[in-house]
Design a protein around this ligand. Structure first.
Ligand code: HEM
Length: 134
């Protein structure tokens, strides 16, 4: 009986520790901190910072946090514009997009998000590429 229970416990362990992507990102608070870190790095990146001249960065922080929280299955509503409308006429290039993603990855690394979870988030953002890049 004891052996059976031990086996059952071992079999159930991976299930019990399987966290949702939202949890692995640290929920709303973790996502907010990751987006803040990403935007801070964008602010120091002369390749792309010009796109943010005159932009209300607190508002963009709030909206990207909501959006990421929403796409990873968290309890958040996204209240901003569509990606197509909000990036229209900005002239974001493939290289600009990659630069921002680079900062997002470093931000996730700093917050110790497991690599598999990092890749899951990137896969959820990838379909937005065509609406953002011109
Ligand atoms: C996966 C990639 C990206 C995501 C998820 C994303 C998400 C967002 C969101 C949610 C907003 C707010 C929308 C609104 O105003 O209602 C926004 C605005 C903005 N994004 Fe992005 N974005 C991405 C890539 C980029 C890139 C690569 C650039 C430029 C290098 C960029 C530049 C901007 C700027 C400048 C704004 C502010 C627009 C304004 O307030 O006038 N974004 N983005």
């Amino acid at each position: 009986m004891k052996a059976l229970m031990l086996t059952a416990a071992l079999l159930l362990t991976p299930l019990a520790s399987a966290q949702s992507l939202y949890d692995q990102l640290g929920q709303k608070q973790g996502i907010s901190a990751i987006v803040e870190e990403m935007l801070y790095r964008v602010g120091g990146d002369e390749r792309i910072v010009h796109h943010f001249d005159g932009v209300d960065i607190m508002r963009v922080h709030q909206l990207i946090t909501e959006q990421v929280c929403n796409v990873v299955g968290g309890p958040c509503e996204y209240s901003g514009e569509s990606m197509r409308v909000s990036h229209e006429g900005m002239g974001v290039t493939h290289a600009d997009f990659n630069a921002l993603v680079e900062h997002l990855i470093v931000a996730m690394e700093k917050h110790e998000v497991p690599v598999a979870a990092q890749n899951q988030l990137l896969a959820k953002l990838a379909p937005m590429y065509d609406d953002i890049v011109e």
